[in-house]
Design a protein around this ligand. Structure first.
Ligand code: NAD
Length: 233
């Protein structure tokens, strides 16, 4: 809690989560040690040029991700983040395209790289639809008659709600960064938007890549996140 003008205010806690947060729910990160996803370059399945050349291949890639998300369950890290809403103002900025934060109960989630369980129009990016089936087919159209694509940010495309995410970071009393290699920009730059007097934590199994000003909590998300948030009770 912090005190402002004599009034007790709830602390604002901002999480920046990445693929590592969902690993223990059974959703692998995209990059293997060889930098490839199942032998394919990510640019070949998740870029505007891939979409132009081979939309069926791009749809198949995301259909497989969507099926995996539907089969996965939130883990102890997602659950702890959601439960923190009982005592703090919580904003989750996630690079993940899964819905595990929401299914755990988080109510304020910014999906800056999109959501695989939604589709969007290829002529009007404001036309976004929840999917009622696990696949998007060639021939599935938006209300303006254009092909639907996954509502995810491809390489070289602009991220979603970046302004809002920056604003959230700047307003944080505490920041917890979980399961991200901080290799993808501009998402990675958000860590430096946090106020220098905010408590800043970086949860990772690796000791490398800790941003300046962040305290490393070395370990897996399901162990370190609940442990840290328990300390705040
Ligand atoms: P990344 O793959 O670049 O980095 C993942 C990080 O998580 C690594 O540093 C790894 O050491 C760490 N990690 C692995 N297991 C962990 C665990 N159990 N607990 C905590 N940390 C763990 O991921 P990124 O930085 O999020 O960037 C990759 C992009 O791929 C993102 O844009 C994201 O949209 C996308 N992606 C999303 C999902 C998903 O939605 N679940 C899955 C794969 C990739």
């Amino acid at each position: 809690m912090s005190s402002k003008g004599g009034r007790r205010m709830r602390d604002r806690v901002v999480f920046l989560t990445g693929a590592g947060t969902s690993v223990e729910s059974g959703l692998p990160t995209f990059r293997g040690s060889d930098g490839l996803w199942e032998g394919q370059s990510l640019e070949d399945v998740a870029s505007p040029s891939a979409w132009a050349k081979n939309p069926a291949g791009v749809l198949a890639f995301y259909d497989a991700r969507r099926r995996a998300v539907l089969a996965a369950q939130p883990n102890a890290a997602h659950d702890a983040i959601a439960a923190l809403e009982n005592t703090c103002d919580v904003i989750v900025i996630t690079q993940n395209i899964d819905d595990l934060h929401e299914r755990a109960g988080s109510t304020n989630v910014l999906h800056i790289h999109g959501e695989v369980l939604k589709a969007r129009s290829t002529v009007d990016p404001n036309l976004v639809y929840p999917l009622s089936k696990p696949t998007i087919e060639i021939g599935d159209l938006c209300e303006k008659g254009s092909q639907l694509r996954p509502h995810v940010v491809f390489f070289e495309e602009e991220v979603i709600a970046l302004k809002e995410a920056r604003k959230a970071m700047r307003s944080a009393h505490r920041v917890v960064v979980v399961g991200t290699s901080l290799q993808v920009y501009p998402a990675a730059s958000l860590v430096y938007e946090a106020p220098s007097d905010a408590d800043r934590y970086f949860v990772s199994p690796d000791k490398q890549g800790v941003p300046n000003g962040y305290m490393l909590l070395r370990g897996k998300a399901t162990a370190e996140v609940p442990r840290l948030l328990q300390e705040w009770q």
